[in-house]
Design a protein around this ligand. Sequence first.
Ligand SMILES: [Zn+2]
Length: 315
Amino acid sequence: MLVERKICPSCNRADFVQLHETPYSDRELAEFLSAYYTKAEPIAQAKALQGGAFVILECRACGLYFQRDVPDDDFSAEIYGNWLGEDDPLAPHKPPMPVAYYSLMAAEVMQIIVFLQKRTGTNRRLRFLDFGQGWGYWSQMARSFGVDVCGIELSPKKVAYAKSVGLNIVEISDLEHCQFDFINTEQVIEHVAEPRRVVERLKKYLAPGGVIKLSVPDGKDMVQTLNSWNWMNSLARQEAIMPIHPLEHLNCFTSDSLTHMAELCGLKRISVPLITCYAYSTDWSSLKLIAKNILRPIKRFKLNKGCYALFSHRI
Ligand SMILES: [Zn+2]
């Protein structure tokens, strides 16, 4: 079933502007969902969404955009476990991703390791937590560079795969006495109904000097998109609505609202030196990648723009 969020899940205020509303009973929205969720049974889908609406609110206090009506835990498990089907291009039985996918991951891991080694002044094995580990490719990459990695993942199928390749899977309740040098959340915080509470909890497991990464879709164009949005034949245009995809991307951040939420959690945004980013960028095989390698660190760490951001304890 759907649950209504009555306060902003970032700043806890209740002063909103409504940006969009379409009831889930709307035929075109229902068609979009049926086309997207290939394994959802139509009657079960209608029943689960009964009485709810795709309502997007903008918090006047912190600028977060968020879905008012969100799936409860059981419904979320149904969506991620059954509705999505087997279409995951990252699944291990599918063909590999392009080399650029892996080289970008390798570059990120190297940049973080070198940054943390300089920051902590040590060459001991670093401890990483991959929160929302997925199939575990990022964890495997970090492990290959000598890091001790723990992962947390909800999907039983992904957990089974991660265990089959020897990854260390833990529950959040196992972490009570753990301290991590780096906590990775890649495309995770936008999915949870209580993002601030999740980040506050993760912060408890951050070692002194440790770093947490919050990386989410960038919702900078969302107001403009919603102003002219309609659901007719919308599957072909789904990329535009992706940052606030119904039932999944429950929270839609901009660079500012992401930083604001982190600050409310007692964190501050930090930067990796450009020289470290450039030294460990790996794939210079096309003009497009060369431009990305040069511009991405400037955007992230000089201009503090975009929704890939690193944070550490404020004090
Ligand atoms: Zn707010």
